[in-house]
Design a protein around this ligand. Structure first.
Ligand code: GCW
Length: 679
């Protein structure tokens, strides 16, 4: 049930509710309300009549005239004074929530708004019925709030059923076929709608042979998923292979400028829309980590993306084209090749060349979803292109859902980052036309996400995509309020306090016991779990830290390094370039420094490494103690699952601490100032 346990509907379900409107999404609202009222003793009317004694009115203006309380709210909704600005229109997904003469009114222009309004009322609980609640309009800041599933249809020999999945099998596929479990998919869609997500991609960006066919002869399976998700306002997208005209169409080429190729995509896309009229679009990983792309034909990414955009345009579909392009066969001696530079080198020169229905999808950082990276400079370099940010909810590099690592604060920093300085736009502004995307962390696990506390990351993603200005601590509080408080058998305040104490700072805790000062990686190659300081140091993947007996870090300056700092606009190009001004937490991402270099914190780099690694482990030990306080507060299976994972987190954190500290002690020969035991 995650953040929608039946008990979360208590406040709403105990009241008299009037639902006004028609259509499939309104039916969903009606269905939700009917079930809640059946359980908690309330009553439901589907309008008319209007002259009922309702506590809550959920009304869609699309359905025609609204009377009584709702009419009053309609007037409020048309008044720009409500929540500051606007012409009174609420958009495709927005809603107005107002308290009028003792009635709570949710008003929307379109049925999707009513659905989001309903879930907002659930989120507020009893507070939705407070008389002093001010009227407020709610509209998503971003129209596209998408979860990409790296799910394979057939189990892949290397990446399994779900690439980088830590929650069991796929919710959509099993052993080469659709699972055909609409109830589970429906429940998933419901959870997504309740946190604001409105689209999913149903297959991995690495499109293997079986999955390629989802576009053509296996389209029915995609349509089946779309049918189940549609009542929750969720549209379906598909990852496609750039080589499709060859592997599926039997053409001799996939050259984006070839007329036969163009015709093939146009026809394939027409068929998709005939079967799934509200299909969202394509997602493409091209010329990246061995996937096919336009380079083979001497064409560039704009040629490639525009080909698919042309096929999608007549149907209002979009192509999301990933900017994750780099050379994974690197030579450590060649300091002019820097993996961090690659996306900008490839894409920034193409700004202005992409068709209007192309969205370039950029990983939040320049390398690869590390716990700490600077924000990708691509996001500040393509003003004439629709850009989306890609986050990783699945915890590939952040503890693989065995570690508690609440990522809301990390994502919030990314979204608030102002590439042109505090007075300029933030990343949230930059992506208004593109959207926020994340790789899903969900599977067929009974807790959905393997680690029950990892659900919070999925919830936080949806909420931040709806409103990037939300405070991550407040989002966590909402999630606790929905997920745990309605079902606890213990003291709710203790539960709330304890979960905050465990989770609020858990991303920084994870950072402390893993790779130091933004240098990244140091994970075991391949599966990426646990420490291996030199695991990638002698491979061609290009994720080096360059530690030797004198110092550590990657010189990415213009003066003496790879020049990556020059990809940022002012002020950041100067800030990152300057050893003196560069923020501590990114120091080793940008600079190679001696171990005795003194940080802004006043500590040397080597002492910082020791201190944070000891502290990180202590913090995990404290998390585990705190969780013990909640034994008996929940059903034993959930408590047990978290307890086991905290044991593993502590074991793994100790391993990280010891490997990292020993490694740097042996390289540097500098002892710990506090004389703690280093293995
Ligand atoms: O982070 C890396 C992962 C790959 C992934 C790739 C990508 C889907 O290790 O598993 O492939 O990124 O984002 O394309």
């Amino acid at each position: 049930a995650a953040w929608l346990p039946p008990a979360a509907f208590r406040a709403l379900g105990a009241r008299n509710v009037l639902v006004h409107g028609d259509g499939p999404l309104v039916d969903t609202v009606l269905d939700e309300v009917t079930q809640a009222c059946a359980r908690h003793g309330g009553r439901v009317w589907h309008s008319p009549p209007w002259d009922v004694d309702a506590d809550l009115v959920l009304a869609s203006r699309a359905a025609g005239p609204i009377a009584n309380a709702a009419a009053e709210a309609a007037r409020l909704g048309a008044t720009p004074a409500v929540d500051g600005t606007g012409d009174g229109s609420l958009g495709d997904e927005g809603f107005l929530l107002a308290r009028v003469d003792g009635v709570t009114v949710v008003l929307a222009d379109a049925p999707a708004g009513l659905l989001y309004g309903l879930f907002h009322v659930v989120r507020l609980g009893a507070a939705a019925f407070d008389d002093d609640r001010p009227a407020r309009r709610h509209q998503p800041a971003l129209a596209r709030r998408i979860l990409d599933h790296w799910d394979n249809v057939a189990v892949h020999p290397v990446s399994g059923q779900v690439e980088r999945g830590y929650s069991g099998g796929s919710v959509f596929w099993r052993d080469g076929a659709a699972r055909g479990e609409p109830d589970r998919i429906r429940d998933y869609g419901r959870l997504l709608a309740a946190c604001g997500v409105n689209a999913v991609t149903v297959n991995n960006v690495n499109v293997h042979d079986t999955e390629a066919r989802l576009l053509t002869d296996r389209l029915d399976e995609v349509a089946g998923i779309a049918d189940v998700l549609r009542p929750y306002g969720i549209r379906v997208h598909l990852s496609v292979t750039f080589a499709a005209p060859v592997v599926l169409g039997g053409l001799p080429t996939a050259d984006p400028l070839d007329d036969r190729v163009r015709a093939w995509w146009a026809e394939a896309t027409r068929r998709v829309y005939r079967r799934i009229p509200d299909f969202g679009g394509y997602l493409v990983k091209a010329d990246s980590e061995g996937r096919p792309g336009p380079f083979a034909y001497g064409r560039d990414h704009a040629d490639g993306a525009n080909l698919l955009a042309g096929a999608l345009a007549p149907h209002d579909g979009v192509v999301r084209w990933r900017a994750f392009v780099y050379d994974h066969r690197q030579d450590w001696r060649d300091r002019s090749t820097d993996r961090a530079r690659a996306a900008h080198d490839h894409f920034a020169p193409l700004d202005g060349r992409f068709r209007d229905n192309v969205i370039v999808q950029v990983k939040f950082g320049p390398v690869d979803f590390q716990p700490r990276e600077p924000v990708s400079p691509v996001l500040a370099a393509m003003p004439a292109t629709r850009l989306a940010v890609e986050l990783q909810v699945t915890q590939e590099y952040t503890g693989q859902q065995r570690h508690v690592c609440h990522l809301g604060p990390a994502w919030s920093e990314v979204l608030r980052f102002a590439p042109w300085g505090a007075a300029g736009d933030s990343i949230a502004d930059v992506i208004t036309r593109g959207g926020l995307v994340a790789v899903s962390n969900v599977g067929d696990d009974p807790f959905w996400t393997g680690h029950p506390l990892a659900q919070a990351n999925l919830y936080a993603f949806g909420r931040l995509a709806w409103d990037p200005r939300l405070d991550p601590g407040a989002i966590l509080d909402e999630w606790i309020g929905l997920t745990w408080l309605p079902v606890t058998m213990g003291d709710p305040e203790l539960v709330r306090r304890t979960l905050h104490a465990i989770m609020d700072d858990s991303w920084r805790t994870y950072e402390r016991y893993t790779a130091p000062l933004g240098v990244g990686f140091m994970v075991r190659p391949g599966h990426h779990y646990g420490p291996d300081v030199d695991g990638y140091e002698y491979t061609p993947w290009g994720t080096y830290h360059f530690a030797d007996r004198d110092g550590v870090g990657v010189d990415r300056t213009r003066a003496t390094g790879t020049g990556f700092t020059g990809q940022y606009p002012q002020p950041w190009s100067e800030v990152y370039e300057s050893l003196r001004r560069c923020p501590d937490d990114l120091l080793l991402f940008f600079h190679h420094v001696p171990y005795g270099h003194v940080l802004h914190s006043g500590r040397t780099v080597i002492q910082h490494i020791y201190d944070t690694h000891f502290a990180g482990v202590e913090e995990v030990a404290a998390m585990r103690e705190r969780w013990r306080l909640l034994a008996g507060a929940f059903e034993p299976a959930a408590h047990q699952r978290v307890a086991e994972r905290l044991d593993e987190q502590l074991r793994c954190a100790v391993e990280w601490r010891d490997q990292v500290n020993t490694y740097f002690f042996r390289k540097s020969g500098v002892p710990d100032a506090h004389g703690r035991r280093i293995h």
